[in-house]
Design a protein around this ligand. Structure first.
Ligand code: FMN
Length: 524
């Protein structure tokens, strides 16, 4: 690949495109495989309550468990979680350490084990490209009972918190984050990505997976916050350097991508740009994951290009209308009242796995409408920013085999809750070839397509817009996964495709690209 300084989303996406003529294939350096768990040597972790778990961690945790049921709000139908806008009023001392434990358990946890000669490998509730798990979780707490105010890293394999800093950082956080409203955050959750975890396999293309994977975890977090009726705001817009500094990251190796604050009803925050001590090398070194970390400048360049955030820069174009696909007529979707859920939330999330063996049976119309309904559900915080994130992605789908639906390529109009046929071409076999010959995709009932006009995105939000679009696509991917599992369907996200061929086959205009494909089908 040519070496150029990458400054825009369009340049990065183009630069990291797969082209069948240029695919050399590369072996993986197994001796240098990144560690998927972050550790802080010498720091004593705080064990979170196992009462909210079904069995000791780390171990497979497929069932909901009594601890979750004890909360009274779980389990619930996923449809009700997505549609329910109820929020509890949270005071400055309403939450305790067990609530935090439950929230983290629902955000990401170990769910399945595979045993190999080299040891056991644990899968997680959030999907991740190549099971490389670049996303890490941190929390800053303020007034959470039975836990000192401070900053903590969530050690997923221990279900424990590593204490990183003592003190209340709520005013520091609000001083550096946009769209958080004016209330004091009791818990702020930070999602970061460790570059080399995904770069080990995907090299320069890995920034796509850092973002998509983090979107997957963000969706689980959002579902948990909604299910628990906690008032929250999410943001991809913050001053990168002060937030990375707060978390003690080595920002050449690990960076913050997303945040969510749970806010109180009482108290108005006082944003304060205080100076924080630099955490020692012990903390910064924890961002290292392999003996020999290879630097991929394209990843750092596109991330750094997106560092300034331009939150006030006008409306985000609705990408569904800007990617070059058009329909002659829109058909309104009636929200499904009949989700055939065989697993409730959170069990659907704990049982989520990638499924590639699809049966050659059609998907029922009800299940499909439920999947569309899933994608149309909005975050209840209703901030302009969230709609701007959502608008950064246009959604389409290729119907292969769904009862009552003609085969073809369709667009989904989020604002109008309608769908429109773009063409009657059945593209699933072609897409399977384009997805690096993953032929099992031919049998999927539907391919969901998440797309964006990257030129317009760059104009609207600068290169930071790429973070919006890719994390949003990841969120919707995870939502489809969890909804599919709830309804006994199989789902798999696909990030590997010949980019130019994909865009041409779908019929996108020259500035628009496929970001992510998610296949759903019936399974035996
Ligand atoms: C962004 C993203 C891209 C992915 N791309 C592919 C893909 O191209 N082919 C594939 O078979 N699986 C793909 N997957 C599925 C992962 O391989 C899978 O999530 C991972 O192995 C963990 O397994 P699990 O989903 O069963 O927990 C992708 C997942 C994500 C989140």
């Amino acid at each position: 690949m040519k070496s150029i300084m990458l400054e825009t989303a369009l340049q990065y996406h183009n630069h990291t495109s797969y082209d069948p003529k240029e695919m050399s294939g590369h072996g993986l350096d197994w001796a240098n495989q990144p560690n998927v768990y972050k550790e802080y040597p010498g720091i004593e972790p705080i064990q979170l309550s196992l009462e909210v778990l079904n069995s000791p961690s780390p171990s497979p945790l497929p069932q909901g468990g009594e601890g979750l049921k004890r909360k009274g709000v779980l389990p619930r139908k996923l449809a009700s979680v997505l549609k329910d806008d109820a929020v509890s009023e949270i005071g400055s001392d309403s939450l305790n350490i067990d609530d935090l434990s439950l929230l983290l358990r629902l955000t990401n946890t170990l769910t399945a084990k595979s045993s190999h000669p080299g040891g056991d490998f644990y899968y997680r509730s959030a999907a991740s490209a190549g099971a490389l798990y670049p996303t890490e979780i941190y929390v800053a707490t303020h007034g959470v009972k039975a836990l000192d105010d401070g900053l903590y890293h969530f050690a997923i394999h221990r279900h424990a918190l590593f204490p990183l800093r003592k003190g209340d950082f709520s005013n520091y956080v609000t001083a550096h984050v946009a769209h958080m409203g004016n209330k004091i955050p009791v818990i702020t959750v930070f999602l970061t990505a460790i570059f080399f975890r995904s770069a080990w396999k995907y090299r320069e293309r890995s920034y796509r997976y850092h973002l998509l994977d983090t979107g997957h975890v963000m969706e689980n977090l959002t579902l948990a916050l909604k299910a628990l009726h906690l008032p929250f705001r999410l943001s991809y817009d913050f001053d990168d350097d002060p937030i990375n500094h707060l978390l003690g990251l080595n920002e050449t190796k690990e960076i913050t991508l997303a945040m969510a604050c749970i806010t109180t009803i009482d108290g108005i925050h006082q944003p304060t740009k205080q100076n924080l001590d630099k955490l020692t090398e012990t903390f910064r070194k924890a961002s290292n994951t392999a003996k020999k970390e290879i630097d991929y400048p394209a990843v750092r360049e596109i991330h750094l290009a997106g560092t300034p955030f331009l939150a006030q820069k006008g409306a985000m174009p609705d990408m569904g209308k800007e990617i070059g696909l058009a329909t002659n007529s829109w058909i309104k979707i009636s929200p499904s009242l009949n989700w055939s859920e065989i697993l409730e939330y959170p069990d659907a999330m704990f049982n989520r796995r990638s499924q590639r063996h699809y049966a050659k049976n059609p998907m029922s119309k009800d299940s499909f409408i439920a999947l569309l309904d899933t994608l149309l559900s909005k975050d209840f915080q209703g901030s302009d920013m969230v709609s701007s994130y959502e608008q950064s992605v246009g959604t389409g789908f290729i119907v292969n085999d769904i009862e009552g639906f003609s085969r073809g390529l369709y667009l989904l109009n989020r604002s109008d809750q309608s769908i429109g046929l773009v063409s009657s071409d059945v593209l699933t076999s072609q897409m399977a070839r384009i997805c690096l010959g993953q032929s099992w995709l031919t049998n999927a009932s539907v391919h969901f397509l998440f797309m964006s006009n990257l030129d317009l995105l760059d104009q609207a939000r600068g290169p930071r817009g790429y973070r919006y679009a890719m994390m949003t696509a990841g969120r919707w991917g995870e939502r489809l996964y969890v909804a599919s599992t709830a309804m006994g369907l199989g789902c798999c996200g696909i990030g590997a495709f010949y980019d130019m061929h994909a865009a041409q086959t779908i019929g996108l205009n020259g500035a628009s690209w496929l970001l992510y494909l998610v296949a759903v089908g019936t399974i035996r």
